[in-house]
Design a protein around this ligand. Sequence first.
Ligand code: AMP
Ligand code: ZN
Length: 128
Amino acid sequence: MDCIFCKIINGEIPSYTIYEDKIVKVFLDVNPMSPGHMLIIPKKHYENLDDINMSTLTHLNVIAKKMHVLLKEKLNIDGMTIVQNNGEVQEVKHYHMHLKPYYKENNGITITQVYEKLMDCKKKNNPE
Ligand code: AMP
Ligand code: ZN
């Protein structure tokens, strides 16, 4: 299957990975709506809300709660919107949750700076 997010999971395409475990991977959106815009995806390919199972869905939400804490602690966000697209409004047909931070004032930092703040490190193997 030619799925860009499966390729990210397999390591064929690089990503700014923020968190992963056996079930999910979290990485920065390559075209962020705001600094820290991230995607949470299941490692198994589910297309959308119709075919994802309940336990995976629950785990994705548990991780969303943890990422919310991380974004507040490391990027001082003032709010956050979660979006999950299905059908005609879904560009990538691999289930994903968008976590979109809101800032009262745009801090204008780059994706590399966001990665370093979230991970408490200097960029090494992640792409520009
Ligand atoms: P949508 O399917 O409309 O909910 O959105 C797909 C999202 O995936 C968009 O926000 C893209 O910027 C993002 N995206 C596409 N390719 C990549 C990639 N290689 N790495 C990170 N994010 C990506
Ligand atoms: Zn996939």
